[in-house]
Structure formats: structure tokens, C-alpha cells
Design a protein around this ligand. Structure first.
Ligand SMILES: [Zn+2]
Length: 416
């Protein structure tokens, strides 16, 4: 009864107020994973005022929420999404000047944020659009449902800019409210992925960002672009479809985080060609390049897993049509790239929190951390696809989803 009440309040009055403000909330599960590789059987997470107070390694009487056969873990984190990307009512990827109003685009972003939260992702880095800032600020100010959002604003892409102009651009983004910086050091995979920036340009971007206390996420496919970025002191490499053993080792030596995608990004494009075909570099050649990339991407993750001390983050590059399907890339990591299930979960929780500089805020279970919790009915260590069927989502102590009877599916769908 109490659980039902909490959920009703939690979902309908999402004004950022904890569902039951006065007494601690207790969440019991048959298995609790802490996001750092540890697990308890039959444990209870105690939450008060939006934060985790403690973890009791035992059941408690009358827990607020109970998943006796299920698994409780920290809210998932995706270090690479595009919340503003969506498929229009005409069945095409939204692009500027396609006739959709700014209001429609903003509502699509809010719906994507909600979908992503319901899918168990309580924190994301949305890297690639100025509009992400307004979405971030609006959700924070209103308490409307969505993940915590970090944004890079528009990425830095212009290879013709000299170092001084790049430094100035980083400064402007910092002043405009960017949480991190995204820079393209190589072309798109659909255009071959070759290096686009010199060492001096990358030193300017990553050096200036560091001076401003911002992390840099670098889009880099070719081995050369990765090597240049690592040596320029950039913190994180995205994609890396053409990474070699040599540059994977270089990343490990420099403590550079690697964020490869396993398959969702390519499959979403290839399974829904009609949404994208003919727009920009979504040409026949571009699609062929993505088909060729699928086995390469899996092989790179295998090679990365075999590289000692390399830090592997988890980012899906969730684009138009993929919001809420983020966990599918964790399934790919385990089933196709051979990552241990516990390690895949650690990637998507504590490693990601560290990559985003949020390790003292979220990404694991411990006293003082935000109560960002998700639950599934089964055991993801046995079957990773459990994470595609999230039944409970709490963000900062606020419950947004409680579907203990859910057996399949899991995201928002249009009404029939
Ligand atoms: Zn992206």
C-alpha cells in the first residue's frame, strides 16, 4: 500500500519532492550490485532525502519497495547520447529546415529524456547540440522526468580553425554553460574516419579545456586520430572503430578513457534506413561503411578488453529512434564482444561516473551518494537482456517507474 502511494505521488507530482519526505525509503532486493563489482544477496538500500544512507546486508521489515527475486543496481549512465535527435511524424530523421517547429523539436527532446530515464539511465552525457542545455536546465528547474544531463553544447568540428581560435571557442563554450567539450578529430565512419585535426589543434582544445576544468570527449575513428588525441592530453576517445592494439595500449598508458560502441548505433541506422537515407552523408556508400563497421566495432571491444588497465566507458551514441534502447549495447558487449556481465555493468555505472567526474555523486551504491537506483526482475549477470526490462527507476530518491509485473518491453510507446 505504501509502495503504491509512493509511486502515485512520485509519478504525478514530479516537483522534485521525495515521495515520502519524512521517513527513510527502504529498497530490498534478492541481489544488490554496487556498481563497483561487489554484490550482496538479500540486501536493503536505505534512502533518505534523495541520498543513500546505508546498505543493510539483510532484509528489513516491510520494505517500501521489494524485489525478492530481482536485482537492484545503481542507475545506469550513458556517456554518449543525442537527446534532441528524433524521427519526425513524416518518418524521417529531424534535420534543420524540415518544417518541424522549435516546439516540436523541444517536445521530442523531452520525450527522449523521459524514455531514457524509464529505461534505467539516470545520468547521460548528451554531446552534440546547443539545445541540450535548455533541456538540461528545464528538467533541473522543474523536476520534470528525465536523467541528469551533462552537455557539450555543439561540438567543435571545424578543421580550418587555428589553435588560438580553437582556444577561444573552448572558452566561449565554457562560458555558455558546457559541462564538457566535444571535438571531432576524425571524419565520420560514413566518410572513412580519417584524421581531421593536427596535434597543435588538439593540444589547443584539450589544453584549454583542462585549464577551464572541463573534460574533452574526442570523436576519433582512425588510429592516427586516436594517437594524436591521446598525446595531446585529451581525456576520452569515442568510437575508435579503427583502433589498433598499439593505440589501445597508448590509451591505457595515458589513462585515456575509451568509449567504443558495440552495435546499437549501426543497427538502428541499418534497420531503419528509410529514416536516414539521402540526408547528409547517409548515402549508399555511408550505409555500406556502417555495415563493414559492425564486425570491426565488436573486434575493437574484444581487443580493448584484452588491453591491461584500459578504462572502458559505456556510451551508445543513441541517435534518432534509439532513445530508451541504450541497454541493448550492454547486451551486445556481453553476447558479442565477450565482456563479463559484471564488468559491463561496472562500465555503465562507476566507470562512467568517473569518466564524467561524477564518482562522488552517483554511479555506485554507498552512503552519501545520490539515490539513483534501478531494478530488474531477474539476474542480469545470467542474462544481460534483463537490463532492457527495467521495472524500477529512482533518481535522487524520486521514483519514476515501478512496474514489478513487467515481463517484456520497457519503454514509452505511442498509444494504439
Ligand atoms: Zn554521437
Amino acid at each position: 500500500m505504501r509502495a503504491a502511494l509512493a509511486v502515485t505521488l512520485g509519478v504525478s507530482l514530479f516537483a522534485g519532492v521525495p515521495a515520502i519526505a519524512q521517513e527513510p525509503i527502504t529498497v530490498f532486493a534478492g541481489r544488490v550490485l554496487d556498481g563497483k563489482g561487489n554484490q550482496w544477496k538479500n540486501a536493503t538500500v536505505v534512502v533518505d532525502n534523495g541520498r543513500i544512507i546505508r546498505i543493510e546486508p539483510r532484509p528489513v521489515d516491510h520494505p517500501t519497495f521489494s524485489f525478492p527475486k530481482g536485482t537492484l543496481l545503481p542507475g545506469l549512465i550513458d556517456t554518449h547520447v543525442h537527446l534532441g535527435a528524433y524521427v519526425t511524424k513524416k518518418g524521417r530523421m529531424h534535420v534543420p529546415d524540415d518544417g518541424d517547429s522549435p516546439a516540436t523539436a523541444a517536445l521530442a527532446g523531452a520525450a527522449n529524456a523521459y524514455r531514457t530515464l524509464l529505461a534505467g539511465f539516470t545520468t547521460v552525457a548528451s554531446i552534440g547540440a546547443d539545445d541540450d542545455k535548455e533541456l538540461r536546465d528545464w528538467l533541473e528547474q522543474t523536476g520534470a522526468p528525465g536523467p541528469k544531463i551533462l552537455t557539450s553544447l555543439d561540438p567543435i568540428t571545424d578543421p580550418s580553425l587555428p589553435p588560438e581560435a580553437l582556444r577561444a571557442l573552448v572558452d566561449r563554450k565554457a562560458q555558455a554553460g558546457a559541462d564538457l567539450i566535444k571535438v571531432f578529430a576524425s571524419k565520420s565512419i560514413r566518410e572513412g574516419g580519417a584524421a581531421t585535426l593536427t596535434d597543435r589543434q588538439l593540444e589547443a582544445v584539450c589544453g584549454e579545456a583542462k585549464a577551464k576544468g572541463l573534460r574533452v570527449i574526442v570523436h576519433a575513428h582512425s588510429a592516427e586520430s586516436i594517437k594524436t588525441s591521446v598525446l595531446a592530453g585529451c581525456g576520452q576517445i569515442e568510437h575508435g572503430v579503427f583502433a589498433t592494439a598499439e593505440v589501445l595500449k597508448l590509451m591505457a598508458e595515458h589513462g585515456t578513457v575509451f568509449d567504443p560502441q558495440c552495435g546499437l548505433i549501426f543497427r538502428n541506422y541499418l534497420d531503419h534506413r528509410q529514416w536516414f537515407q539521402g540526408l547528409g552523408n547517409f548515402t549508399a556508400e555511408g550505409f555500406a561503411a556502417m555495415e563493414r563497421a559492425i564486425p570491426l566495432a565488436v573486434a575493437v571491444i574484444r581487443a580493448a578488453l584484452a588491453t591491461p588497465t584500459l578504462k572502458l566507458a559505456f556510451g551508445t551514441d543513441q541517435v534518432a529512434g534509439a532513445a530508451g534502447r541504450n541497454a541493448e549495447d550492454l547486451v551486445c558487449r556481453v553476447r558479442e564482444a565477450g565482456q563479463r556481465p559484471m564488468d559491463a555493468i561496472v562500465s555503465a555505472t562507476s566507470v562512467n561516473a568517473q569518466a564524467l567526474g561524477l564518482e562522488k555523486v552517483t554511479g555506485s551504491l554507498g552512503p552519501g551518494l545520490l539515490a539513483d537506483l534501478v531494478a530488474v526482475n531477474g539476474n542480469p549477470l545470467d542474462d544481460m537482456s534483463e537490463l532492457s526490462r527495467i521495472v524500477f527507476v529512482m533518481r535522487a530518491g524520486q521514483v519514476y517507474r515501478y512496474d514489478p509485473t513487467l515481463s517484456s518491453g520497457g519503454t514509452l510507446r505511442p498509444r494504439p
